[in-house]
Design a protein. Structure first.
Length: 117
């Protein structure tokens, strides 16, 4: 019996409903990646993103605000920086909007274009 209850809880998460959370209201983020493990909403400048998945222990939605920081140290190196984790999209968006990165920080697309050259 407990497995059916756990299964029901998992299907009730926003993640399992496969909803694009930006809708018509959040225009400064775009759903840029979708998989069975996590979705990725990227800020329009391409530098900060929100990963949306499910907490494996509690089976609830988790929104993690992150960025990749790329530096040239003889070769290009990327380090993932996690800023915060939330249980709702609105707080994650508010946090991601306030993340300030240095102006010379590369976006993921900018980094990939450098790697192609």
């Amino acid at each position: 019996m407990s497995t059916s209850t756990e299964t029901k809880k998992m299907t009730e998460t926003l993640f399992h409903k496969s909803i694009n959370l930006t809708g018509d209201f959040i225009t400064d983020f775009t759903l840029t990646f979708k998989s069975s493990i996590f979705d990725k909403y990227t800020r329009n400048d391409g530098k900060v993103y929100i990963k949306h998945g499910v907490d494996r222990n509690f089976k609830n939605d988790v929104f993690t605000v992150e960025a990749m920081i790329y530096e040239y140290k003889g070769c290009w190196c990327g380090n993932q920086k996690t800023f915060a984790q939330f249980d709702n999209f609105a707080d994650a968006v508010a946090c991601a909007r306030n993340v300030q990165l240095p102006e010379d920080t590369l976006s993921e697309d900018g980094y990939l274009s450098l790697m192609r050259n």
